[in-house]
Write a protein that binds this ligand. Structure first.
Ligand code: ADP
Length: 153
């Protein structure tokens, strides 16, 4: 059976932190689907199309990576795509508490799906999309925080 993982998130925008987690997870799986969640109540900064295009650009040479968008429960999208793993990053203790509750509840709803956590490398653990958006809003240069080749003005 193919080992397929889903890496869900808003990727608003994709950062070097996301990229690092995904590249380190690649040897573990046959396919990783980067799944951009379309959450009706969440106001996103960049359009879905823009976020999707940047991710596709970053992983253009990586045939194991697929980019998709979804609405609804992450476990339902996993089932739709035959993904038995959910991939998440754990940056802080706050992330841990939040992710623990979600993963444990997902486990109750879908026992066949395992959530796999990867810790960031120390130099990337402070990067998060919220701060990147703040820097953009205030006219700063986010080149150090986003994947190589991504130009955000
Ligand atoms: P969400 O809104 O679901 O948290 P994000 O796009 O912010 O989506 O993040 C998607 C995943 O990437 C999450 O598991 C998050 O913990 C992880 N992540 C984000 N930034 C980093 C980073 N700098 N290092 C490691 N993991 C990260």
């Amino acid at each position: 059976m193919k080992r397929i993982a889903l890496f869900p998130g808003s990727f608003d925008p994709i950062t070097k932190g996301h990229e690092n987690i995904l590249r380190r997870a690649l040897p573990l799986f046959d396919e990783i689907i980067i799944a951009i969640g379309k959450n009706g109540s969440k106001q996103n900064f960049f359009s879905l199309e823009q976020r999707e295009n940047w991710i596709k650009q970053v992983f253009a040479n990586e045939p194991k990576v697929i980019v998709a968008t979804y609405t609804g429960l992450t476990i339902n999208f996993c089932k739709e795509r035959n993904a038995n793993y959910i991939l998440r990053g754990l940056r802080t203790s706050a992330d841990f508490e939040f992710e623990k509750a979600i993963a444990q509840n997902n486990k109750i709803m879908a026992q066949e799906i395992e959530t796999i956590f990867i810790l960031p490398v120390p130099e990337l653990s402070a990067i998060n999309s919220t701060i990147v958006r703040d820097i953009i809003r205030n006219g700063g240069d986010v080149t150090p925080f986003v994947p190589e080749g991504i130009r955000i003005i």
